[in-house]
Structure formats: C-alpha cells, structure tokens
Design a binder for this molecule. Sequence first.
Ligand code: SF4
Ligand code: SF4
Length: 615
Amino acid sequence: MNVIAKPDTPTRQLMSGNEAIARAVWEAGCRVAAAYPGTPSTEILENLARYKDIHANWATNEKTSLEIVIGASVAGSRAFSAMKHVGMNVASDALMSQTLAGVGGGLVIAIADDVGLSSSQNEQDSRFWGRFGHLPILEPSDSQEAYEMVKAAFDLSERFECPVIVRLTTRICHVKGLVTVGAREERPSQGFRHDSARWVLVPANAKRRLAAQFERDARLLALAEDSPFNRVDEGKDKRIGFVASGPAYMHVKEAFPDAPVLKLGLTCPVPVETVRAFAGTVKALVVAEETEPLVERDLKAAGIACHGKDILPRSGELSPAILLPAVKALLGEPWEPQATLQPQVFPRPPTMCVGCPHLPAYYCLSRLRRQVNIAGDIGCYTLGAGQPWNALDTTTCMGASMGMALGMDLGRAEADKDKAVIGVIGDSTFLHMGMQGLIDIAYNKGNVTILILDNSAAGMTGGQDHAGTGRDAGGQDAPRVDFRKLVEALGVKAERIHVVDPYEMPTLYKHLREEIAIPEPSVIITQRPCVLIDRFHRDPPFKVVEETCTGCSNCLNVGCPAIHVTRRASETRPSGKVVEKSWVRIDTAACTGCGLCPKTCGPKAILPARESLES
Ligand code: SF4
Ligand code: SF4
C-alpha cells in the first residue's frame, strides 16, 4: 500500500482537504472524474476541473456520476467520484451492485458527511456504506492525510478489485493545512477486459461474485490489522486510552495530549485485534467517533469493554469542549470550563439574496397561501419556508417536491378538497431527480401545478453549471437543456406550460392563478440568472422617497434584504383597529435594481434612485 506519497519534486502547499484530494486524484493518474455539487464536497470537482489531464464533469445526479466513473473504471482507467452524504443515498443503487462486480482501473469515491448539519436536511454516517457494501473506508484527519489516503485508495482499489470509500467531514473538506505534494503519475487505460460473467450482474453471475466478496472481507480484515494507517500514539497517562478517527482524532489530541491514542485511518473493517491489544495497555478505553457508534459496536460485539456514546453525544462534532467534561466526569475529576473569547457575531436567520429571482415566486405564493398546499425542495428554494413568505409546507429530499405534490393531491382530505397543490423546484434539482416525479404527475393526471425556478445555476452550492446552463464544468459552451421542450416531452400539455420572467411579477401571478384553477398538470418555468453568477447584470438601484412612504410595509413582504426598517409605530384607525406600521429605506449599494418592490408599493414611494433624488 502506498502510505506516504514520495513525490519526485516535493513542494508544500496550503490546501483545504478538498483541494488536497483533487491534487491526489490528479497525481494518482486518474483519467475520469464526475460529481454533482453538494456541500461540503463541491470544491473537489471544481478543483479537478482545473487539471487538464482529467476529464472532470458535473453529472446530473450522484447516481449518474458514479455510473460514469464505474464505466471509466470498467474501461480500464482510474476513476473518481465525490459527493456529500445524502448524495450516496442516490448513488447507492449503483454502488451496491458494483461492490460485487468490482473494478477495472482503481475506483475511489469521496463521501463528505455534513457532521453538525450546517447545510443539509439530515446527518448521516457514511461509514455505514463500507459495512453495507463490504468495502474499505479510509478516514483522514487533515489535508495531508486526505491527500495520502486518496492516493493509497487507488492502489487499494486495484489490489482488492473493489471501490474504495474515503470518508470526509466538513472540517476535513474546508480546513486548510500544509500538504507536501508530488507529480502526476501517468496511468494509461488498461483497456476493457470482456468478462460478462463479471460485468453482467444477472442473478447467476451475481451469486458467484458473492463468494469473491466474502473472501475479500477476510483479506480486508487482515489488511486493517496490519495497516500503517492504524497506529498508536504513545501517551504517559494510561488511565484512559482513546480509539479515534477522522477529525475526532485531532480533537482528542488537543483535549488529552498525554493520553495514548489508537488512531484508526482504515476504519472499515475495524481492526478488532489491534484494538484489543491496545486496550490491554490502558485502564479504560473510550471510542471517540463522529457520529454513529460503529467502531464501538464492533468492539463490544468482540467482547472489548469500552466507553463511547454512553458519555459522548450521538450527533455533531466531538470538539475538546465536548470531550473534556465527558471524559473528566468518567475519571471522577472536576472540570472547570475555560473562559474563551467568543467572536461576537450578530445572529441572523438564513435569507435570500438581494434581488434574488426566487423572491417574486415566493411573494406570489405567499399571496395565495390560504388557497394552496405547497411541496418544496432542496436548495435556495428551501428558504421560502421562512419569513416573510411562509411559502413551503414540506421539504424532504432532492426532487421529492414532485412526487410529494402528486401524493398531496391524491391523498387529500375533505378539508383540502378546494385547495390547489403546488410543487416548487429549482433547475438543477429538477434535472437531478425531479424529472421522474413530473413524469408521474403527468402520467397519473395529477391536479398539480409545478413551479420550476430556473436561475441557470446550482445556486446553493455556489452557482455551478449543469446541463441546463449551456456551460460545462470547465466553463466551455455545452448543449443546453430546453426546459419547455423537456417538460412537454415528459407529458405536460403544451398549453399548460408557461415560461416567464419572474421579475414580471403580475404575469407570473396571473399564470399561477389561472393554472391552479385548471385541474390538470401544469408547469410554470421562471427564468432569470442567479444574482451571484457572472452572467447576472445589475440595473440602477431604487430608493424610498421618505415623504411618500406611508409605512404600510407591503414591500417588506418581498423579503429582499436590501430593504431595511427605519422606524416602527402603531396607528389606531377610526374603526379602533390598531395597525402596525414600518417605514423603510433601501440600501442602494446592495439593490440590484430588479424592480420588484416598486410593484408592491401602492403610494409609489419607491422610485429609481436618480429619479427620486431629482424629485
Ligand atoms: S428593487 Fe427592491 S426588491 Fe429589487 S433588489 Fe432593489 S430593493 Fe431589492
Ligand atoms: S410599500 Fe411603499 S409605502 Fe409601503 S412601506 Fe414600502 S415603501 Fe413605504
């Protein structure tokens, strides 16, 4: 196994884990890489796309990305795919079959877990996929290890003829460290070896491959017991010994610098006998692993006494602030929290961008709120569930808005019989996993209206291109999916499809009102680029004329962060009703001039900034 890369011309570079992984993939002679963007893994492919010797592309979803690299591997090339934890759920169908067939050229999959849920709908432990798929898992603790393990993973993949998973977490992906890098090793494709008994997984062939998989399990266990990635850091204080992996290892070293630590880099399969020998050198054993107790369970099943989730939390990161009190309590020692300087950051809820083209859609939906149930989706659109719009009723997983909207129509109760059902999805998300749900809506004649918010980017992950943007991962021109034609091809009648400019809000609202009244599948596609991508053009800003503003606060319902409240007051009407008033101003430096808020202002207090200055 190639443990420490020995570059011909060593250089040290400051790299995030994602950058280091991309570098290692390139150096390992990988020829094909594919991914779908997903925080925290997105930058791996973005960096790979800069290396000319690799074909690196954005795929429509994680399953197709894995299938692309499986094909490249079967064709004899080293291949790589990266995804976030929930992405592996999508890709798992391909993974769970390929684990039987194995690989041609080395095949490495990086899965980045969002430990602590900073930008995901759930927290998952991707180490389960190693157990599920009988595959080795490597877990780096910093950028240097991420680099070394990815290179080793390609060798391991070819030696054991199976995909190898490198499990990352947000901390590994985004934290920078010095990395000693090397040169690219050219690995020409070995060519496709025809072997239908292996590559064609009909039941008879798959059954034969099961025996090979079990034999591989035994060889992998022997490797884990002997792997240089599993090593002991000796320590003077033998009262507690730690078994740790990934970033938890770094946290243990910081919190307990004198404790012995068995650092696991190859965490699947668990080297039980190595741990048993280590346990014999310390008084008590603590397994520090984020998030699920996988190593702990394997050890307990093997009769090794240890602490783990009985004293440590089941979710989130295991920082020193969490480890210290838990382990001190185990030792029966008092622990005084250290006074630390906390950065003073004013908390604010996540919000849409200034002038975001999704604002008019959510403003319109908020106006229809009492008449509709709305199935939402993953991405920037999720923010529509918050204030001031409250325009989503559900968000489950990528693409689910389509099927769930159909289900909300089919399963509606008597109380909802007069309500329309709307599904909201983004352009990249629609291509990722929404299309199939729309086929179901059209095929099953669902009484559903779908809003496809096309902002010409995978917005939430940083504006990456996709098959609907007309550009590839390298920024070159590419064929562009025509959403209107696609939707029609999926079975929606041409007259029930509308493509609108969302900033033309009255037109958008009119189409929405009309379509929810017609009991047929319909689709409204809003098209305007995301304000954060380079194709977006700003227009001259708007300004509030103070004397004209009545404080009605209608414009605040647009939800644009460039509109600020300057003064609040209560006013009692002649009828006795108390009305809350909010007077506003527009941050003209931030305003993109989208022209939305003027459309909501009855007294016409919002004017182009130059015009209002002249008036
Ligand atoms: S015109 Fe209004 S809604 Fe549009 S960016 Fe400016 S302040 Fe925001
Ligand atoms: S909608 Fe017009 S009048 Fe009402 S608060 Fe906004 S700027 Fe003032």
